[in-house]
Write a protein that binds this ligand. Structure first.
Ligand SMILES: [Mg+2]
Length: 222
């Protein structure tokens, strides 16, 4: 079986307008006090990396990490239940159907926890059944995205694995584990930024870019 491991933010769903605030809010709830200005720059980082950087920046005990993860899941659940959903990127539903028809199994490889990823994809209108959750990789603990791709490679040593993502970090993580990388420009990075990566193909979005993606993928059953 061959796998496409999809990034979530900026790839399947558009980034949130207030990306980054949720981490800060979760941290403040855990420590029970305001923490000053939030850290910028979360795109392409795992939740594990963002939490680690925040704990260090605010001189907090690294042992708080699992509590922040739990609180982040809870804040995501509250958002989801309140109807605060992410918007699906163009062409995603058709692309998932097309790659499935081409023999590929779709999983997720994301810096989010499994719970947060599920809220985001189902909130945007996708069925959770479109993804193989047993072969999906989540980064709420791992500070490096390469940890996720290396874990996937170790579990699926003989599979062809393709990462589809929206940041240069997705490409670096794919490179580190001997995976192919295809880039989509619906996130925070420009097409030129993405062309400077190892991406075999760079498309503006999954609607207009689907033929190029499918051509690069070829037959998933081989
Ligand atoms: Mg992303």
């Amino acid at each position: 079986m061959n796998f496409i491991l999809w990034d979530v933010d900026g790839t399947l769903v558009y980034n949130g307008a207030d990306a980054g605030n949720l981490y800060h809010d979760a941290l403040e709830i855990v420590v029970g006090r305001p923490l000053g200005d939030r850290l910028p720059g979360t795109h392409g980082k795992t939740d594990g990396q963002i939490i680690t950087e925040n704990l260090s920046h605010f001189d907090l005990d690294p042992a708080l990490h699992p509590l922040v993860v739990d609180q982040l899941d809870e804040l995501s659940r509250l958002r989801h239940d309140a109807g605060n959903h992410r918007e699906l990127c163009p062409g995603v539903a058709s692309a998932l159907a097309a790659v499935s028809a081409g023999g590929w199994t779709s999983g997720l490889l994301t810096g989010n926890s499994a719970a947060r990823a599920r809220y985001k994809v189902t909130g945007a209108g996708l069925s959770a059944d479109l993804f193989d959750w047993e072969h999906s990789y989540f980064g709420e603990r791992d500070p490096l995205r390469t940890d996720l791709t290396r874990r996937a490679r170790a579990e699926l040593p003989d599979a062809r694995i393709v990462i589809i993502g929206d940041t240069p970090n997705d490409g670096l993580a794919a490179d580190a584990a001997g995976m192919e990388f295809l880039a989509v420009g619906t996130g925070a990075f420009s097409l030129d930024d993405l062309r400077a990566t190892s991406a075999r193909v760079v498309v503006a979005d999954l609607a207009t870019g689907l033929p190029g993606i499918l051509e690069a993928l070829g037959d998933g059953t081989r």
